[in-house]
Write a protein that binds this ligand. Structure first.
Ligand code: S3P
Length: 199
């Protein structure tokens, strides 16, 4: 029986102790893709790869799949066609990825804002919201200049606004995990703990 109560797993950066045998047993109980949502810079892709390694399953990054399908970078798609066009393609690519049976899917930060994409992820995935403070996100996103939404203004102000707008939606995920400083491996383990408690 699946509980609908949100699991806020591990508010510290400490990793829970889970044995490989327990991870194997958990992996066998997960019958849907694990879909990672959250703002730019929370570490969805890095944590997602670790999580897939731990579960011995496949990982796919939705932004990369969009870039492969479009043969253009996310920035080029935004520039040439605008955000609404990007969201439309993003919805179709995520629907395909969910149907393809990938173990772990990292989504772009805005994917879950689209009502149709959100319903699809909530209905057909194990949805995990990865969160971090805006201060941490500013530091992490400052390392690369690949995010079109952060180019037109002060990244801290933009991320604060996006957090205000999107957190009420992200909160609908059944599993919430913090990813502050500290190894991504620990975040991946806390996600496993959150899934275990939720399933
Ligand atoms: C976006 C997040 C990006 C990418 C695009 C838009 C957003 O993905 O999809 O730049 O709206 O938050 P990441 O969250 O992987 O950076």
């Amino acid at each position: 029986m699946i509980s609908t109560r949100p699991i806020r797993s591990g508010n510290s950066s400490e990793a829970p102790v889970i044995t490989p045998a327990e991870i194997g047993a958990l992996a066998r109980r997960i019958d849907r893709p694990i879909v990672l949502i959250g703002l730019m810079g929370v570490g969805k892709s890095t944590v997602g790869r670790k999580l897939a390694d731990l579960l011995d399953t496949g990982f796919i990054d939705a932004d990369e799949a969009i870039e492969t399908a479009a043969q253009r970078s996310v920035s080029e798609i935004f520039e040439a066609h605008g955000e609404a066009y990007f969201r439309d393609g993003e919805r179709r690519v995520i629907a395909r990825l969910m149907a393809e049976g990938h173990g772990v899917i990292a989504t772009g930060g805005g994917a879950f804002v689209d009502a149709e994409t959100r319903a699809m992820i909530l209905d057909h995935g194990v949805t995990v919201w990865i969160r971090a403070t805006v201060e941490t996100l500013v530091k992490r996103t400052g390392r690369r200049n690949s995010r079109p939404l952060l180019r037109d203004g002060d990244p801290q102000a933009i991320l604060n606004r996006l957090a205000d707008e999107r957190d009420p939606l992200y909160r609908q995920a059944p599993i919430h995990v913090n990813s502050e400083e500290g190894p991504h491996h620990a975040t991946a383990l806390r996600i496993l703990e959150g899934i275990e408690r939720w399933l």
